[in-house]
Ligand binder design. Structure first.
Ligand code: DX5
Ligand code: ZN
Length: 217
């Protein structure tokens, strides 16, 4: 099953409420929230005050991708806002396993997000505990970057390891997703697809989401 998660990073922030409603009406499955702190990544977006506002109108599950150096501080507020998926980058915490458990104890699905240069083997010990893995197919910080094909090898290694240990963990891909690569990514085993510029840089969100779905066999 393919889940399309538009990233509101590329939305028009001056009319965020309308944008959220538009992508939901256009068929989005999940709302991807890119939280950036200007430390872990060279860009700043939004934090809890805005997510709290979004939560009031969102009817689809929210997916918070934490590109911050203090992800722990967000977990409780995200749970209170009703967020479903939370991912953080493992290099931002000392105790990855403990933080994953905390997210789950708060009733949310826990994921680890891996930068393009991070070996996927780093998370093998904790793989059975995870609900999902977010593989970055661009360097985090900005929307509209070019897709990095190195992610295919990582998907394969992840799938092989899951088979070996008998674990079922969802794979989310984030960065440069378009109708040209979504088919091969789905075939490789990805089920959650973040798409920012591909959707929001068009004036027809529904057509873009439909085009993504139609490109998956
Ligand atoms: C990048 C973000 C992505 C980004 C994707 O740091 O994590 O979610 O918004 O945007 P596109 O689809 O334009 O690459
Ligand atoms: Zn993201």
């Amino acid at each position: 099953m393919v889940k399309i998660a538009p990233s509101i990073l590329s939305a028009d922030f001056m009319k965020l409420g309308e944008e959220i409603r538009s992508i939901e009406n256009a068929g989005a499955d999940i709302i991807h929230l890119d939280v950036m702190d200007g430390h872990f990544v060279p860009n700043t977006t939004f934090g809890m005050p805005i997510i709290g506002q979004i939560a009031k109108i969102a009817t689809k599950p929210m997916d918070a991708h934490l590109m911050v150096t203090n992800p722990h501080d967000y977990f409780q507020p995200l749970a209170e806002a009703g967020v479903t998926y939370v991912s953080f980058h493992p290099e931002t915490v000392f105790h990855v396993h403990r933080e994953v458990r905390l997210i789950q104890e708060l009733g949310m699905k826990a994921g680890l997000a891996l930068n393009p240069g991070k070996p996927v083997q780093d998370i093998f010990p904790i793989l059975p505990e995870l609900d999902f893995v977010l593989l970055m197919s661009v360097n985090p910080g900005y929307g509209g970057q070019k897709f990095l094909p190195l992610v295919y090898d990582k998907i394969k290694m992840l799938k092989d390891e899951m088979t070996r240990i008998g674990a079922e963990v969802e794979i989310e891909i984030d960065g440069g997703v378009t109708h040209t690569n979504i088919g091969s990514l789905a075939e490789a085993g990805v089920t959650m697809f973040v798409a920012g510029s591909y959707i929001f840089q068009s004036d027809h969100y529904e057509k873009q989401i439909e085009r993504l779905r139609c490109s998956v066999n």
